[in-house]
Design a protein around this ligand. Structure first.
Ligand code: FE
Ligand code: ZN
Length: 256
């Protein structure tokens, strides 16, 4: 049985630690810093068995060298990105079993935020890095809107009860924008209340679920008439394809 622990890092990143308490084993996702991971595992008496990396940005990878110095473990990451320290390159549908942890992942290619970004899906959880956030999605630094729209579509096809773990605590800001795009969506109001309560207690807004995201995240709702209309009003032109609706709201969010 695997527990997921949020280790806050930098200003608003999360390093996710998968922990098997029975075996005292753990694996870390996207260590943007080494110290908080090393301190946590020392305090809890855990041994680290792997690192999982979603993409090459420094806020997800800066901790790798220092952790690797002290732990000679496999470091998994996207096959199509150059990331110092990665020992095992992964691509679409690669299956992954982690030593000492009873969890099995399948890799999903999710280009858009970066060209080679991947997500890890397994055990009823998905780790999406900066592709899908709760209430939003990553900026398009390397990919095209069509690529990102397709990547998000793949994630949206996961079961509704899939727990979403993403790389940043951006949820409230994202939901403010979601509300602007779709003011009459009551599910967004409900989610804002829940997230505010969690944040006031100093707790992460995560995990979310794919079911909640499909109801509240505008970037997963490009097929919804109200969103399409809002996107066309913003763009000032007729948008026919869902991917064009996505492009318009992504641009709108960039200027929000
Ligand atoms: Fe990033
Ligand atoms: Zn990031």
């Amino acid at each position: 049985m695997v527990d997921v622990v949020a280790i806050p890092a930098l200003s608003d990143n999360y390093i996710w630690l998968l922990v098997d308490r029975g075996q005292n084993a753990c694996a870390a996702v996207d260590p943007g810093q080494a110290e908080p991971v090393l301190e946590y595992i020392a305090a809890e008496g855990l041994h680290l068995t792997a690192l999982l990396i979603t993409h090459h940005h420094w806020d997800h990878t800066n901790g790798i060298p220092k952790i690797h110095e002290q732990h000679d473990i496999p470091i998994y990451g996207p096959m199509f990105e150059q990331i110092r320290g990665v020992t095992h390159g992964l691509e679409e549908n690669t299956e992954l079993s982690l030593d000492g942890l009873g969890v099995h992942f399948r890799v999903i290619n999710t280009p858009g935020h970066t060209d080679g970004q991947i997500a890890y899906y397994g055990g009823g959880m998905v780790f999406t890095g900066d592709t899908l956030f709760s209430g939003g999605c990553g900026r398009l630094f390397e990919g095209t809107p069509a690529q990102m729209h397709n990547s998000l579509h793949k994630l949206a096809n996961l079961p509704d009860d899939t727990l979403l773990y993403c790389g940043h605590e951006y949820t409230l800001k994202n939901l403010e924008f979601a509300k602007l795009v779709e003011p009459d969506n009551a599910a967004i109001d409900k989610r804002i209340v829940e997230v505010k309560a969690l944040r006031e207690q100093g707790l992460p807004s995560l995990p979310s679920t794919m079911g909640v995201e499909k109801q509240t995240n505008p970037f997963l709702r490009c097929h919804v008439p109200a969103i399409q209309q809002a996107a066309m009003d913003y763009a000032g032109e007729e948008l026919v394809e869902d991917a064009d609706v996505f492009a318009a709201i992504r641009q709108w969010k960039d200027n929000f």
